[in-house]
Design a protein around this ligand. Structure first.
Ligand code: 13P
Ligand code: SF4
Length: 401
C-alpha cells in the first residue's frame, strides 16, 4: 500500500460500511433507487421471439413520433443493444454515451443503462427530455458515495483537486473539479499530476488504485466498489487461464488489483471490445459484465470468448458478472416510457449548472486529446508534447484544463 494511503484517515466508507450502507442509502435518496434484492426482483422475465419483435416495432414507431433516439450501454440485454443500433442510436461506454447524447439533435433521449448515465445526459442537455426505462436502476458506486459524506471528505482536504468517476450522483459531481470515465481517467490524472496537483478520488477504490499505480499521482481514495467487478477472483482466473493457454485476458479496471495484474488489456468497455475485435488472438477471457459478450461475439463471430469466473473456491458470486441494475432495463419498459413519457430524469436547474462544469471539462480534455493525436500521429503521443500543444491553443474552453 502506498504511504499516503496507509495514512489515509477517512475510515468510514470501508467496503463493509458501503455494503451495509446500501439499504439506508436507498432509503435516504428521494429517488427510490433499488437495493440489490429489489433490482433482481424487477428484472423482466425473458420475452419470446414474437414479443421481442412486437416491442421492437412499437419502439421504432414511438422513437420516430417523439423525435427520440435510443442510447444504450454494452451491459443491457442484447435485444436492447441491437434496437438502439438499428434505429440510428448507439451502444457505447459511458463517455461515448455522454458525447452522443450531448451532440445528437433529437428532442428526446431514451437512455438505456443506469441512472448516472441518464443524469449525465440531462446535465449536458437540459433542454432535452431524458427518459429511462426505470429511474430506480442505480449503481453500487453511486449508492456507496452519499453526497454529504463525500463533501465532508473533500472539505477535510481543501488543498486537493477532486476527481470523481462518472458513476456518481449529480450532487457528488457538483462537488468535483473533474468528472472522468474509465476511458479517459489515466490521461486526466496524469495531466493533473504533472501540474503538481494532489487528488481526492471517488468512489471506486479499485479504479483509483489502478490509476494511482499507472500515474504515480498522490491520491486519497474513497473506498467504494462495484458489486459486479468486485467479484472477479485472481485465483479462479489463473485456473481458467491454465485451461485456455492461448486466450488473452481483458479486464475492466473496476476489478480488484489481483485480477488487473493478470490482464493483457485493461480498459473501458469500448476499449475491451476494440481489443477483442482488433487483436490477432482468437481466444479471450473477459472480466466485465457479461452483457459485453453480445457485441464482442457479433463483431468477431469466429473468435472464442470466455467469461471470467466469479464463482469457485472462496468466491461469493453475488452477481455472477451481471449488473442487476443494468438488467432491470427491458423492451416493455422502453415502450411504456415512450408511450406515456414517464420515468423522466428531472434535476434541479442549479444542480445542473454546478454538475455541468466538471463533466464539460472532461469532454473538452477528451476532445483536445483526440485532436492532438489525430494531428500529430507521426510525432509520437507523449503527455509533455500534448501539453505543449495545448498551451498554444487559444480556445477559451481549453484554458481551464
Ligand atoms: P464504461 O465507461 O467502461 O462503459 O463503464 C461503465 C460501468 O458502469 C462499468 O461497470
Ligand atoms: Fe455500477 Fe458496477 Fe453496475 Fe457498472 S456494473 S453500473 S459500476 S454496479
Amino acid at each position: 500500500m502506498k504511504e499516503h494511503l496507509a495514512s489515509y484517515p477517512y475510515e468510514k466508507p470501508s467496503l463493509d460500511y458501503m455494503q451495509a450502507h446500501i439499504e439506508s442509502a436507498v432509503d435516504a435518496q428521494q429517488s427510490n433507487a433499488c437495493t440489490l434484492h429489489e433490482a433482481w426482483a424487477k428484472v423482466p422475465a425473458p420475452l419470446n421471439a414474437t414479443e421481442i419483435q412486437q416491442y421492437q416495432e412499437e419502439i421504432r414507431e414511438l422513437l420516430k413520433q417523439h423525435n427520440a433516439v435510443m442510447v444504450a450501454h454494452y451491459y443491457v440485454e442484447p435485444e436492447l443493444q441491437d434496437l438502439a443500433l438499428a434505429t440510428g442510436g448507439m451502444v457505447g461506454d459511458s463517455l461515448e454515451m455522454a458525447k452522443f447524447c450531448k451532440n445528437h439533435p433529437a428532442d428526446t433521449l431514451l437512455v438505456v443503462g443506469v441512472r448516472f448515465m441518464g443524469e449525465t445526459a440531462k446535465i449536458l442537455s437540459p433542454q432535452k427530455t431524458v427518459l429511462m426505462p426505470d429511474l430506480d436502476a442505480t449503481c453500487s458506486l453511486d449508492l456507496g458515495c452519499p453526497a454529504d459524506e463525500f463533501k465532508q471528505f473533500c472539505d477535510e482536504h481543501p488543498d486537493r483537486t477532486v476527481v470523481v468517476y462518472a458513476n456518481t450522483s449529480a450532487e457528488v459531481k457538483a462537488h468535483a473539479d473533474w468528472v472522468v470515465t474509465s476511458s479517459i481517467a489515466i490521461e486526466i490524472v496524469e495531466h493533473l499530476h504533472s501540474q503538481g496537483k494532489k487528488i481526492i478520488w471517488g468512489p471506486d477504490r479499485h479504479l483509483g488504485q489502478y490509476i494511482q499505480d499507472k500515474t504515480g499521482a498522490d491520491m486519497l481514495l474513497w473506498q467504494g466498489s462495484c458489486i459486479v467487478h468486485n467479484e472477479f477472483k485472481g485465483i479462479e482466473l489463473t485456473h481458467l487461464k491454465q485451461q485456455h493457454p492461448k486466450a488473452i485476458v481483458l479486464v475492466h479496471p473496476e476489478s480488484p488489483a489481483e485480477v488487473v495484474a493478470l490482464a493483457d488489456v485493461v480498459g473501458s468497455t469500448s476499449k475491451l471490445l476494440n481489443a477483442a475485435v482488433q487483436r490477432p488472438e482468437q481466444e479471450f477471457i473477459v472480466a466485465t459484465d457479461q452483457g459485453i459478450l453480445h457485441e464482442m461475439q457479433k463483431q468477431a463471430p469466429h473468435k472464442k470468448f470466455f467469461a471470467a469466473p466469479t464463482a469457485g473456491n472462496g468466491a461469493t458470486c453475488k452477481s455472477c458478472a451481471f449488473c442487476p441494475w443494468m438488467a432491470m432495463n427491458g423492451l416493455a419498459a422502453c415502450a411504456k416510457v415512450l408511450r406515456d413519457h414517464s420515468q423522466e430524469v428531472q434535476l434541479d436547474a442549479a444542480l445542473i449548472e454546478e454538475a455541468r462544469a466538471p463533466i464539460q471539462r472532461m469532454l473538452d480534455f477528451s476532445e483536445a486529446y483526440k485532436n492532438y493525436h489525430q494531428q500529430h500521429q507521426q510525432l509520437g503521443a507523449g503527455l509533455a508534447q500534448f501539453q505543449q500543444w495545448l498551451a498554444t491553443q487559444h480556445e477559451a474552453k481549453y484554458s481551464t484544463l
